[in-house]
Each structure stands twice: as structure tokens, then as C-alpha cells.
Design a protein around this ligand. Structure first.
Ligand SMILES: [Zn+2]
Length: 183
């Protein structure tokens, strides 16, 4: 397992057309269906399609855990947040600030980004189903960088990948997209 690649956590380079767009409120023209379900920002969708195709050719299936784990509208993120966090002190010691108030993570719940703060709200993040399965994880570690993806929080969230390349579309993605158009 390549430690270098796993540690490849880089900040997101924002696609230029997301400037001034409110997280969770992307216009349809910026979104594209994601292979396997849901939608992503069009640049992330192209990169995801290219990565899924290479994985498939190499015997690894990549798909989102669910359609809601690709682009997430603001209201959906808020719904998830309200399910997991409470205004009463739950004693978990894990808090987030939202709408000027302190929210406490409920016991037994996984953390979730504050509405509007998740890369899912920008259409740049996709959660990969069964990402921790060793064969799949090793494949991802060897390949995500090629397609402009990076993790955000490891090892806690091996499934959460974000498209970080912005408008500098990686060559592997350009090549794949051109092949698709030529077909
Ligand atoms: Zn995620």
C-alpha cells in the first residue's frame, strides 16, 4: 500500500464556474449525471466517469454509496445534519456551529459537515461504496491522483473523495472524454 498516495490530501481547486454559486444550490447547467447514480459538477462527473472506466477495465467496481452521496442539495444536507446533531448537550464532545448556534453530535452518529460546508454541496465530492474493501482501496490509492481526486479525512473517511483539480483537467480525464466523444 503506497503511503504517499494515501496521504495525498490536497485542497480543492474550485472550478471557475462555481464562483458566486451558493453551495447546495447549483444550477442544472453545472450538473451532470454521475456514473452509478446521482449528479456531480460537470468537471467532477467527467473525472469520475474516466476513473470508473479504468477501474472497471482493471476488475474493480466503483459506484457511489447512494445518489445522495454525490451532489447534495442544501436542504438534503440540512436534513441529514438535523438528524445527527442536536441543540442539547449530548455529551459526545463533538460540536459544530450552524446558524449561529452550537450543535452537539448525537450518540452513535457519524459526523456530518454543516449545511453548505460540504464538498457534496458543490458537486465535487463522491462517496465510494465499500471503499475500505482492500482490493478497492488499494486501487483507489494507486489511481485517484491520476483523475484529480483526493481524500479529505483519512483514515476515518476512506469513501469520501473530492475532485480537486478545478479547471486543470488531468490528462487521463481529457483523453477519456475525447474517446467518448469520438465513439
Ligand atoms: Zn462524503
Amino acid at each position: 500500500m503506497s503511503k504517499v498516495a494515501w496521504d495525498y490530501i490536497v485542497p480543492v481547486k474550485m472550478p471557475l464556474d462555481l464562483q458566486g454559486v451558493q453551495p447546495g444550490k447549483l444550477p442544472d447547467k453545472l450538473l451532470k449525471p454521475a456514473v452509478g447514480g446521482g449528479k456531480l459538477h460537470h468537471l467532477a462527473a467527467d473525472a469520475w466517469a474516466a476513473m470508473v472506466a479504468k477501474a472497471k477495465a482493471e476488475g474493480v467496481e466503483l459506484k457511489p454509496t447512494s445518489a445522495g452521496d454525490t451532489y447534495r442539495e442544501y436542504e438534503l444536507q440540512k436534513k441529514g445534519f438535523l438528524q445527527r446533531y442536536s441543540l442539547e448537550d449530548t455529551g459526545t464532545g463533538k460540536t459544530k456551529t450552524f446558524e449561529g448556534k452550537t450543535w452537539y453530535l448525537k450518540k452513535g452518529m457519524a459526523t456530518l459537515a454543516t449545511p453548505g460546508k460540504s464538498q457534496h454541496n458543490l458537486g465535487l465530492a463522491v462517496d465510494v461504496a465499500n471503499a475500505a474493501e482492500p482490493k478497492r482501496l488499494n486501487w483507489l490509492i494507486a489511481n485517484v491522483k491520476l483523475f484529480g481526486f483526493s481524500w479529505e479525512v483519512v483514515p476515518e473517511e476512506p469513501w469520501h473523495l473530492r475532485y480537486v483539480a478545478g479547471n486543470n483537467v488531468p490528462p487521463a480525464v481529457v483523453e477519456f472524454t475525447q474517446q467518448q466523444k469520438a465513439v
